[in-house]
Design a protein around this ligand. Structure first.
Ligand SMILES: NC(=O)C1=CN([C@@H]2O[C@H](COP(=O)(O)OP(=O)(O)OC[C@H]3O[C@@H](n4cnc5c(N)ncnc54)[C@H](OP(=O)(O)O)[C@@H]3O)[C@@H](O)[C@H]2O)[C@@H](O)CC1
Ligand SMILES: Nc1ncnc2c1ncn2[C@@H]1O[C@H](COP(=O)(O)OP(=O)(O)O)[C@@H](O)[C@H]1O
Ligand SMILES: [K+]
Length: 469
């Protein structure tokens, strides 16, 4: 987990750094880091002769792009700067760029615009940085759209233009960065962005400005040695209520994650009891929730279907006093029968909801998903639950504290990985860990497992089990 900073915090640190080093030094350091990222993105190309396109706005962000272009030019890259507004441009940076042999293009009516974008190997987005508020104005938005349509390697300067630096909201078009090189400190809005993130300190000290130092130091405690006096119940029992004849795999994936992560005792209740035991002989399985025995946490929903039988099972689990994690079909049922959640709220019971964006939209149709941080926080406050909004940057919030996870990789975007995640979090909930800790740690471990799986040259949800610990 990484600490993040608001724009206000970064600006406070920046004013100290500006007094110490002066604007030219800071901009050069920022630009140097951007140029390095661009060169790394060009690694498959011969550097001299490759083409870079700069999208240059009127502020310091545009200045950074021009200085980065100057550095690339000196390395033999053919660099063209597209000025969004020729009347407003960082004059000193432009002068350096022209002196180094950079080319300048102005105006969309230029017939070679399509060619210019189409031939670029790397595009550097210096339209706006933290001095601007989205949405982008039409001229800048048009440039971003052209850039996004290309296959060039895309480098954002400080923040992808069009993304709100504090919230991550992108109310219009935003630059689809492969990498964002951000200065001084990671802006809170960047945590929820896909793409790689590079932090260039540039001489700013932001240490006094941290917003959320999201560290998962709890993990060793959660997964620690059970101890010599342990019995199979002492670490907490999780019961998984999942699967159906249509989706038997969900039950096996969810139980498997729990068995592999914390094997003390894992129960299963549902129609796939025989299949579950065939895969996981250590699981204690039964056909009905009422027959499941005592558990310290419940996971309900993966692949259970949305028919009357599933609703009946969900209703029994919802009534349990122990922490309940609701996922997948369980969430769809809750969106149709909202009173189920209200009954837990009224009794002050712990609930964890793990929607992907589609499920989230069903549950909270009025919350704007272009601002995922605020949407998750609001959903948590409203539902009195820990909400885990899954995606490339999963967000975890109880309304008061919010974590953003950056472990994981695109290979996790495959069917069944969500079922594994609910087994992981359910298993951690059974330890008695605070639900926000269990959820954040579970998401972190699940992401790490995805990375390890990929590094081992493997893929697929049922392989994640082996990489959880
Ligand atoms: N200070 C330092 O030492 C260092 C600062 N650094 C860099 O400075 C950046 C901040 O620079 P900044 O403050 O100049 O603002 P910036 O983000 O370029 O935006 C202003 C421009 O955007 C325009 N614009 C505004 N809204 C818009 C919209 N909706 N849609 C479209 N355009 C819009 C606005 O136009 P205007 O509104 O004035 O007409 C103006 O042209 C920071 O992110 C980092 O990259 C680094 O070099 C490290 C050292
Ligand atoms: N691009 C991505 N990068 C990292 N993690 C991802 C990405 N896409 C999806 N994930 C993760 O994969 C899991 C998918 O869960 P979900 O959508 O519920 O799938 P399923 O229901 O098929 O199991 C979530 O944990 C999500 O955060
Ligand atoms: K930018």
């Amino acid at each position: 987990m990484i600490s993040a900073y608001t724009v206000a915090g970064v600006l406070r640190a920046e004013s100290v750094a500006l007094q110490r080093h002066g604007p030219t030094v800071l901009m050069y350091r920022a630009a140097f880091a951007v140029a390095q990222a661009a060169l790394a993105g060009l690694s498959g190309h011969l550097i001299p002769g490759s083409r870079a396109l700069l999208l240059v706005g009127g502020g310091n962000n545009g200045g950074d792009a021009l200085v980065a272009g100057t550095i690339l030019r000196r390395r033999g890259v053919a660099v063209t700067a597209f000025l969004a507004n020729p009347k407003q441009v960082h004059e000193a940076a432009l002068a350096q760029f022209l002196k180094a042999g950079g080319r300048v293009v102005v105006g969309m009516e230029n017939t070679s615009v399509a060619t210019l974008f189409g031939r670029a190997d790397v595009i550097i987005d210096g339209l706006v940085g933290i001095g601007a508020t989205p949405p982008l104005r039409p001229a800048a938005a048009a440039l971003v759209e052209l850039a996004n349509a290309t296959s060039a390697y895309k480098v954002a300067v400080d923040i992808p233009s069009g993304v709100h630096p504090d919230t991550g909201a992108a109310p219009g078009v935003s630059f689809a960065a492969d990498v964002t090189v951000t200065f001084g400190g990671v802006k809170t809005g960047l945590l929820a962005q896909p793409g790689e993130l590079v932090l260039a300190a540039v001489g700013m000290d932001v240490s006094a400005e941290a917003v959320d130092a999201c560290s998962l130091t709890e993990i060793p405690g959660l997964l620690g040695d059970p101890g010599t006096r342990a019995d199979k119940y002492s670490d907490g029992v999780v019961c998984v209520v999942a699967g159906s004849t249509t989706y038997p795999g969900a039950a096996i994936l969810c139980v498997g994650a729990a068995v592999r992560l914390r094997p003390g005792m894992v129960r299963y209740a549902g129609p796939q009891a025989a299949e579950v035991v065939r895969h996981w002989p250590e699981a204690v399985a039964t056909g009905t929730v009422s027959g499941a025995g005592r558990s310290q946490a419940w996971v309900v929903g993966p692949g259970m279907g949305t028919d009357q039988d599933a609703l009946d099972r969900l209703t029994v689990v919802i009534d349990k006093p122990e922490p309940v994690l609701v996922d997948a079909d369980g969430l769809t049922l809750v969106s149709r029968h909202p009173h189920l959640l209200v009954s837990r709220q009224l009794r002050g019971r712990t609930t964890v909801l793990t929607p992907h964006e589609g499920e989230f939209a069903r549950l909270f149709p009025d919350l704007d998903l272009s601002d995922r941080l605020t949407a998750t926080r609001t959903a948590a406050l409203r539902s009195h639950a820990v909400v885990v909004l899954k995606g490339s940057a999963t967000i975890i919030s109880d309304g008061a504290h919010t974590f953003v996870n950056r472990t994981g990789c695109g290979w996790l975007a495959s069917a069944g990985t969500g079922d594994v995640l609910s087994g992981v979090i359910g298993s951690l909930l059974a330890t008695g860990a605070p639900p926000l800790t269990a959820a954040a740690a579970g998401v972190f471990l699940h992401g790490l497992a995805g990375e390890r799986l990929h590094a081992a040259g493997l893929a697929g949800a049922s392989q994640l089990w082996d990489h959880l610990r």
